[in-house]
Design a protein around this ligand. Structure first.
Ligand SMILES: C[S@@+](CC[C@H](N)C(=O)[O-])C[C@H]1O[C@@H](n2cnc3c(N)ncnc32)[C@H](O)[C@@H]1O
Length: 253
């Protein structure tokens, strides 16, 4: 059974083992909603998280949180292998955090990988993690996905693991920022390219609504299911979209 608003646990932004529930500020139809603003939607929050992460990594070699768990990474890399995405395909990890996904891609042989994050300590941490793994061929940049330089474009595959979730919690006009996200995605992804998103704040139906323009659902990746009170659902949605045409470029936001 498909996840429903009632059955779905919105265990938003699971950090440090704790779950914070993202409350909707209004009951809504898909796409009409905003989450209650949260510090998790701000750069200050992520700067503090990754400053701590960097200290932990330097002191104890601890890379920190694997968002959505290890299996969520395998789910994406398995899909890329099944789909026979060429090893030289250009891949962009949007909001790369500690860079753990980049490490797995590089270990599989992907050779044209870029990680961006708007948090400078995140990029310093991912740089240190990659260096320790002996992986030198990965591009890392401090970039705000909502305000990109023009040279970042033409990617075959874009990955989002929790970044759209974080942006949706921004206290300052999150609805506008979500629209800007879609525009940026349109800019960086090639036509026929794939966008893989893993989210714990949005249901499949809501993601389909958010990413309806110029993208079509290619595949839903199976995520762990839970049952409660006779209903079942997933706490995480993992979808693959394919870009069908350029979109959102000429419209005012
Ligand atoms: C939930 S964490 C996930 C990190 C990483 N994707 C992972 O799987 O470990 C969300 C990440 O998105 C980044 N982020 C949030 N808004 C961003 C933006 N506008 N541009 C770039 N990165 C952003 C945060 O700094 C943080 O690293």
């Amino acid at each position: 059974m498909a996840a429903t608003r009632q059955s779905r646990a919105r265990s938003s932004m699971i950090a440090g083992g704790g779950a914070e529930v993202a409350a909707r500020s209004q009951e809504d139809s898909p796409g009409g909603a905003d989450f209650a603003p949260s510090a998790l939607g701000t750069r200050q929050h992520w700067d503090a998280v990754y400053e701590r992460g960097l200290n932990n990594f330097q002191e104890y070699g601890d890379r920190g949180e694997i968002w959505f768990g290890e299996e969520s990474i395998n789910r994406l890399t398995r899909w890329m292998q099944r789909q026979k995405i060429p090893l030289d395909a250009s891949v962009l990890d949007i909001g790369t955090g500690n860079g753990v996904f980049l490490v797995e891609l590089a270990k599989l042989g992907f050779s044209n990988i870029t990680g961006i994050d708007y948090s400078p300590p995140a990029i310093r941490l991912s740089g240190s993690v990659l260096e320790k793994e002996g992986l030198s061929n990965i591009k890392l940049k401090v970039e705000d996905f909502l305000n990109l330089p023009t040279e970042l474009s033409g990617f075959h595959v874009c990955i989002d693991r929790g970044t759209f979730d974080a942006i949706s919690l921004n206290p300052d006009n999150a609805a506008e920022k979500r629209k800007q996200y879609v525009k940026s995605l349109s800019r960086v992804l090639k036509v026929k390219g794939f966008f893989l998103i893993t989210s714990c704040n949005w249901t499949k139906e809501e993601l389909l609504n958010e990413f309806s323009e110029g993208l079509e659902l290619f595949e839903e990746l199976p995520t762990p299911k839970f049952s409660f009170g006779g209903r079942s659902g997933s706490s995480v949605a993992a979808l693959v979209f394919q870009k069908t045409r350029d979109f959102s470029l000429d419209k005012p936001s």
